[in-house]
Design a protein around this ligand. Sequence first.
Ligand code: PMV
Length: 308
Amino acid sequence: MSAVGHGKVILFGEHGVVHGVPALAAAVEGGAVVEFTKVDGPTRLHIEPWGVDVQVADAYDGPERSEPLYRALCVARGMYDDDLELRLDAVMNLPGGAGMGSSAALGVAVLRAMDQARGLERSVDEMIERSLEWERVFHGNPSGVDNAMAASGGLAVYRRGEPIEPVELRGTLRLVVANSGESSSTKEMVASVGRQYEGEPERVGKIFAGMASIVQNARIALASGDWKSLGQLMTLNQALLNSLMLSTGTIEEMIETAKDAGSLGGKVTGAGGGGCMIALAADEDGQKRVAEALRGMGKDVYEVEIAG
Ligand code: PMV
């Protein structure tokens, strides 16, 4: 038996989403797959491509060990008041720590496996809420966009504290996601934006308002398959992220390279300050050209296709 959680790319509205602005994100379907079998115990998790093994100790609440994955597994196991133990084997189809929502995808897959083993069924909204507990172990105070997409899949607008809204899409959205190779800490980048907002509420408030209207316009562009406008909106969103000091020289170079290869627009995706960028391609050939150009820079590149 197996259970799935999805990865994600944020198309518009990262950082604003922490402060109540809507974000528009696309799921990378099947990012984490967890197979499970009942065992005598204790519950353990093996992650194949990362060679990671963790096992829940006797005390589910308040473990002293510090590894996030261990603590997250304890949190998940602690949600069930019974003696059913599982061996969980995860296959990750996403890079870790690259802004593609791998921890949330894994969390949803693990919690779904734990539910399925007990014959439990939950709504997507319930799963979003439960998986936020898992996500908090990794990201402190996440907006919830990663675990919302991990549970829901598809293309959606997410706003903190509100139910997820599916977004209409006409045609096939073709994205190229590339890792800059520069490590960045989501926690630090979120804190930096928080400090800027505190210090200059008017300026940063205007930036967030700009992001909110970009999200609204992006919905219209997606519903009509207007890739040219969508690309322009990405470029605009990138300018706003840049003014919050979330881009880097390498990411700017990658956006430029993608543009020279025919991309319609590109931006940081996720926390910024390194990590990943996304570029929008006009069609399948364009996607291959953009991907090749970014691979030519020595970057890890993922071609993501979202069908309407
Ligand atoms: O870097 P990621 O994929 O974890 O994305 C972070 C997105 C932020 O909006 C910056 C933070 C959040 O919790 O939404």
